[in-house]
Design a protein around this ligand. Structure first.
Ligand SMILES: *Cc1c(COP(=O)(O)O)cnc(C)c1O
Length: 403
């Protein structure tokens, strides 16, 4: 088998992508994760599950999302033709609801009545609160106390949707601590509760399952670009936090050897330990929150502080499938700094009339560098993972001083 074929068939039965991934959890969760894995495989093969998911993705979430030719931005950069996969147009404003919806239908099949989730910027919390309301389930979202201050609007949205938001005061009071609290809750309440994990991270089966629920992004983009351009793109670009929007776009193209792929991490203030969240730039192999992957840690293995202007990319570990794809050389990874992301944020807003999320703006920053070096008949597809409404206060502080 070629690398391309192998990469598309992973993980193996134990949840490994090569040496990455797996399941590092307390004993009490093993049975729940086994049940979840079995039910997920059953659901995947069940037309009734697929029909409900497809119908709600379409009628509740607004799929399929357009593949939009960014004509003015293409002209301005003077190189490759740039297409935007418009996940920003989905219900709740980002790709995250693809996964939240898939998992809650699964939770219903498992007979669960209560949903928990972690959230950093609040986007996954909002997506989870939304589907919990839609399915009439109790919902608790764990969020770091500092993130609750930074993302007040999303806290309000979750509460309006009927979810309970529990502030986490431990440690740095951000996403990592929120995940710890969610895992602790799950250990205690595992019989009644499903944990909707928000990215392609955590113990098996989450990285596989979350990826599969986001594959629709790449499946649609592949069909749309073939209709529009009669050929495959030369380059795919996506930002990488945990890596769910990126793997969703990339995965259906992994077998297409002519298609290059670039994942863009958060370079923060630059690549100095504690100042960024680019795990492939000086990260170490280790285990965090259930999975083995690249992460940012000091020489004693203590998880480092991370920084990014975008809360959604600000996490110390990367999804294990990305670690595998990087080690195989199938996907390349780079980073964009806060300043580069803000610059791309501004440029897309003014050139195309689309305000992107700050997370997404990291991918756009790479497109700004890559497109001018490519030929005019080449094609880039970039995942516009979310809209920037949640980020306007923060962006204004940098881009509209004196406002
Ligand atoms: C959460 C988020 C991300 C980062 O998460 P991934 O799992 O890496 O996709 C990127 N973009 C937006 C808009 C987000 O809300």
């Amino acid at each position: 088998m070629s690398t391309a074929t192998t990469t598309q068939t992973l993980p193996d039965a134990s949840g490994h992508f090569g040496t990455f991934g797996g399941r590092f959890v307390p004993e009490t969760l093993v049975a729940a994760l086994d049940t979840l894995t079995e039910e997920y495989h059953r659901a995947k093969a069940d037309p009734v599950f697929q029909e409900e998911l497809d119908r709600l993705l379409s009628e509740f979430c607004g799929r399929e999302t357009p593949l939009y030719f960014a004509e003015r931005w293409t002209e301005m950069l003077g190189g490759a033709r740039i297409y935007l996969k418009r996940e920003d147009l989905l219900h709740t404003g980002a790709h995250k609801i693809n996964n939240a919806l898939g998992q809650i239908i699964l939770a219903k099949r498992l007979g669960k009545k209560r949903i928990i989730a972690e959230t950093g910027a609040g986007q996954h919390g909002v997506a989870t609160a939304t589907v919990a309301a839609r399915f009439g389930m109790e919902c608790v979202v764990y969020m770091g106390a500092i993130d609750m201050e930074r993302q007040r609007l999303n806290v309000i949205r979750m509460r309006l949707l009927g979810a309970e938001v529990r502030g986490v005061e431990a440690g740095q009071k951000t996403l990592k601590e929120a995940v710890n609290e969610a895992l602790r809750d799950w250990v205690t309440n595992v019989r009644t509760t499903h944990y909707i994990l928000g990215s392609a991270l955590g113990p098996h089966p989450y990285p596989m399952m979350v990826r599969d629920f986001h594959r629709i992004i790449g499946v649609e983009a592949r069909k749309q670009i073939l209709e529009r351009e009669k050929r495959l793109p030369d380059l795919l670009v996506a930002c990488v936090g945990g890596g769910s929007n990126a793997i969703g776009l990339f995965h259906p193209f992994l077998g297409d050897e002519s298609v290059k792929m670039m994942g863009v991490e958060a370079g923060g203030h630059g690549i100095k330990l504690g100042e960024h969240a680019a795990r492939f730039q000086g990260g170490k192999l280790g285990v965090l929150q259930g999975t083995k992957t690249w992460l940012l840690a000091d020489d004693d293995g203590q998880i480092e502080l991370t920084h990014s202007v975008s809360a959604g990319l600000d996490y110390a570990a990367v999804g294990p499938e990305h670690a595998w794809l990087q080690s195989e050389g199938r996907v390349d990874y780079t980073y964009a700094t806060d300043d580069e992301a803000l610059d791309a944020f501004s440029e897309l807003s003014r050139t195309e009339g689309i305000i992107p999320a700050l997370e997404t703006s990291h991918a756009l920053a790479y497109v700004k560098k890559a497109a001018p070096k490519m030929d005019r008949d080449q094609i880039i597809v970039v995942n516009l993972s979310g809209r920037g409404d949640k980020d306007v206060d923060q962006a204004a502080r940098f881009l509209l001083p004196g406002l």
